[in-house]
Design a binder for this molecule. Sequence first.
Ligand code: UDP
Ligand code: MG
Length: 133
Amino acid sequence: MIEQTLSIIKPDAVERNIANKIKVFFEKNNLKILKSKKVKISKEEASEFYKAHQTKPFYKELCNYLSSGPIVVMILEGENAVSKNRQLMGATDPSKAEEGTLRKMYGLSIGKNSVHGSDSAENGKTEIDFFFK
Ligand code: UDP
Ligand code: MG
């Protein structure tokens, strides 16, 4: 099934100028970048985006982090794009991510893990609307 998902290149990766490498990696792995833009969001916007995590101990740090610098937000499209993107990203903690995944290659820590990807088709729609509506 062809579907869409939201991908974010997080501040640690934008800052290291590897956004383009990450984009090429998606395209090479058959996820087409339908839309892409570089933005900087406020702490309030980050808090809204990550509100599903509001009870987690890392929530505040996470929202501060996502709003700390420019990010690149993208709509990816392809066969099973949601799960495909999650596979390409690898585990949340880069030290536990499989070889060849983005987080293994570029992640710095569990927080600064370079990329975000929607975790379901439904959340994908909500997250795409958040940035592109
Ligand atoms: N995160 C963190 N500490 C944790 C778990 C998560 O800082 O113990 C951050 C990390 O940046 C992660 C984000 O919160 O990407 C969202 O967490 P989630 O469990 O949704 O992981 P993901 O879906 O990004 O793999
Ligand atoms: Mg998640």
